[in-house]
Ligand binder design. Sequence first.
Ligand SMILES: [Zn+2]
Length: 475
Amino acid sequence: MSSTAASEVTCDLLLDGGTVITLDGDKRVIDDGAVAITGTHIVAVGDSTELDQHRRAAKRSIDCSGKVVMPGLTDGHTHLFQTLGRGMGDGLSLVPWLRRFMFPYAKTITGEIAAAAAQLGALQAALSGTTMVVDNHYGPTDTETTLAVADSIESVGIRGAVARGIFGDPNRGGEIMGVAPELFPWSNDEELSITKECMDARPSGSQVEVWPGPENIVYVTPELIAASAELADNGNVRWHMHCSESASEIDFFESIHGIRPVAWLAREGLLSHRTTLAHAIWLDDDEVAAVGENTSTAVHNPISNQYLASGVLRLKPLQQAGANVALGSDGIAVTGQDMFEAMKAGTLLHRVHHLDPEATTVEQFVEIAATGGATMTGLDAGSLAAGRQADVIVVDVDKVRHTPWNRPVASVVHCGRAADVEMSIVGGKIIVENGKSTVVDEDEVRAKATEAAERLIADADLSGLTQGWFSPGAG
Ligand SMILES: [Zn+2]
């Protein structure tokens, strides 16, 4: 640190004495480190002795010995409105999962129920060390509900983007995929004007932004996808879309358009740093190169992809080509709002897929979850360095399962649990302390969501999916 006088190096908050996983340019992991925060930003990171002047003047100092201090994680792809369907579609592959579970759920859910679901999901994210979520919201998507979902995310203190699900004019892709016609309530023009209205209410730079989210490359018309990308450009935000998740979707798209999905995006000039593709699994070599050249984001959802047996993202080729890779949970209806689980699942998935324990590193997955997420959203966070946004988490590793404390990053990924997260800080504000939300009453959020779930399951006639012992062939 510089030799400025002690009085000049005061800070609001000093996280002192922990193992600091910085993800900075030098990828420093500092034993007995400290992070100083003033206002919304990090002002210094170093070993404890270097930050001695901050220590003397800090307004608040927190002893982080026995803990890890690391950047907050980004969930790059989730569906918070699905939170009330926790566990219900298990054992179904993607198309039956959509037809028997998610489409009835999505066409029945009301705005009020969706907002309660989103708050519960966002709360789980906050408690799990996720400081930013990209929420692909598609039920229902009127202006009022979309903005209520954004409010739900903000209410628990985290950052977010609501990628508003856009369906538009009914089309051949929707028919082939068996998408419920009720999910196409608006024309292409109406979709664009509602999305624009929501983006104006929560413009670029808001704590929770609204992005265009053309729902799926197969069942949104090409014109509407192109117009969504343009809307994102004009609003200086990202746009988000399910793309090439299952092999059958490639066949569907090719049968309609005569070209592979990502090849089409490339041909139309729709790949840019603003393009964020959820899944992006079934890409050929040319498509991988195109995503890389344009520094677009592929959001890897390793748990969802195993759960629905969709396939395995081409991680190494994408990263080598220059693509940004972020990590997603894909929501609670699939697994859970838990990025620790996703980091571990991702690390292991590629090893068994390639029968090669060197196919991934734990460091790579911490980086994807933190830095990859920040790059995806355009936020100046995702690493701990002076000048960055203070989105920081403190993880308690003073536990049997982390003993002995030999290799910090490996322990966090392989032995860590979301429940180890003790503190979450977003833009300098403590939103979780001692593992509890400091901004909402957790019991109240749970009670409201439980009541909403009961109504939804009855109204959507989904009680068959809540049976004690489920057999996928039945019903
Ligand atoms: Zn999804």
